[in-house]
Design a protein around this ligand. Structure first.
Ligand code: ZN
Length: 460
């Protein structure tokens, strides 16, 4: 990470909109409130600068030392020392503390306090834990007993890239938990690339993190079939958030805020926008959600092996109506719910073999047949989300080889999924549209102002 960061910086890239999201570790400070402009970054917000002028395009400079609180130098106080541990597989917090010679009673009290805001059983391998000790000042140490010069004062558990939980003693010596925002620097990365072989290859060339490119693929997947429609020479650009720690290391790659994909010369822009609290989606320039009610292809990278309509049945030999579309795919390929809905059945169903049917709304249902099996937890009555894995391609029932038989039912009649004019998701209107248009032009302006990382990267 560190070397990559350095490389990027020496290329003098695209770092903009730097903002302090949090201040001193143990201070009681809060994140600045996000300015309500609609776009919803992960935490805090670079948008907070949008009323003021954006900072100039500085390379990332670390002015941490300039703003660190200065320590008061008064009478000798107990000195705080910290010891950092990393959770390994199988560790419990209790074991870690005991191993670090924290007395069992103290460890117990500290963990008990921590449990009020965090379940210590959720501790993941790799999590950073800092043990805090107070040691008596030097002159006292020599005057008094030297046996236990250090007392255990608490722990700090790193929860997320921007959040810690700290347990410290209050004046009465009781352990108290507190959630603390970490110092992170939020920046916006504007980057892009031309596609030579695949989107992933291009993304890799432009140093775009996997989670960001996956977000882009998901956002476009209702309009674009990445397996079939992407050609060499197509290109894309995007803006996403990135978070750095005090050392300038990338600690988190945040949301994709904007993307522009150009396929055979045709540009398609999407913008992340939150029309209401708790709802985040991608919208095209007109304020239309790019999400469609149903996906056309509920398996990734599959080829259509049989279309909807009359055909000679491969097993029964006579001509009959094929009321779905067959996708040839390897056995075990994940099958995705093509829309949000409720599982109506997930069981064996005659010639369909292992079969799932989802009711999406009063108009549409979709069905998936010949499955090898169902995904964990998929059963009748279960609510599923669009794109969720519901089962796996197989060849159960009356089937000649591994494939997915996919049906779309409109008011209980099977229709051709490929002919379906897909009802789309939300279309913004009124105030929401006005707010979207405002943030859209803001993002467009930023994209126009920020040089593209790839232009610099391609000169190396
Ligand atoms: Zn079929």
């Amino acid at each position: 990470m560190a070397t990559r960061m350095k490389r990027t910086l020496t290329q003098g890239t695209i770092i903009a909109a730097m903002l302090w999201l949090a201040t001193s570790d143990f201070a009681n400070s809060r994140l600045p409130e996000s300015v309500e402009l609609g776009l919803e970054p992960a935490a805090g917000t670079w948008r907070a600068t949008s009323n003021a002028a954006l900072p100039a395009l500085n390379p990332v400079t670390f002015f941490f030392k300039n703003i660190l609180p200065t320590k008061a130098t008064t009478a000798p106080k107990p000195r705080l020392t910290e010891r950092t541990l990393h959770v390994r597989k199988g560790d419990t917090l209790m074991n870690l503390l005991l191993h670090a010679d924290v007395p069992r009673g103290e460890a117990h009290l500290a963990i008990e306090a921590l449990s009020k805001s965090y379940d210590p059983r959720k501790l993941k391998p790799g999590t950073e834990i800092v043990l805090r000790y107070l040691s008596a000042p030097a002159h006292e140490k020599s005057a008094k007993k030297t046996a236990t010069s250090e007392t255990f004062d608490g722990i700090r558990v790193s929860l997320r890239y921007d959040q810690d939980i700290v347990v410290t003693r209050n004046n009465a010596g009781k352990f108290i938990p507190k959630t603390v925002e970490k110092r992170v620097l939020n920046e916006l990365v504007h980057t892009g690339a031309q596609i030579k072989t695949s989107l992933f290859e291009a993304a890799d060339r432009a140093d775009i993190p996997t989670n960001v490119i996956v977000e882009l693929i998901h956002a476009y997947s209702f309009d674009i079939d990445f397996q079939r429609e992407i050609r060499s020479g197509d290109k894309f650009e995007m803006m996403y958030e990135r978070f750095l720690d005090e050392e300038g290391q990338v600690v988190h790659n945040g949301n994709l805020l904007y993307a522009r994909l150009v396929i055979r010369g045709k540009p398609l822009k999407i913008y992340r926008f939150s029309p209401q609290k708790g709802v985040v989606d991608y919208f095209n320039t007109k304020g239309q959600s790019v999400r469609k009610a149903l996906m056309r292809t509920p398996v990734d990278g599959a080829r259509i092996s049989s279309h909807f309509g009359k055909r000679r049945h491969p097993i029964l030999g006579y001509t009959r109506m094929h009321r779905g579309v067959d996708f040839a795919a390897r056995r075990g390929t994940p099958v995705l719910a093509s829309g949000n809905g409720i599982v109506e059945r997930a069981n064996r169903y005659g010639g369909y073999g292992k079969y799932i049917r989802i009711r999406h709304n009063s108009r549409f249902k979709t069905a998936y047949a010949h499955l090898k099996g169902f995904a964990n937890g998929i059963r009748k009555g279960k609510r599923v989300k669009q794109g969720q894995v519901i089962g796996y391609v197989g060849t159960t029932g009356r089937s000649t080889g591994p494939h997915l038989h996919y049906e779309v039912h409109e008011r209980s009649r099977q229709i051709n999924p490929m002919r379906l004019s897909l009802p789309s998701g939300l279309k913004l209107g009124g105030e929401a549209l006005a707010s979207f248009e405002k943030s859209r032009s803001e993002v467009d302006r930023l994209a126009a102002d920020l040089p593209l990382q790839s232009l610099l990267a391609s000169t190396k």
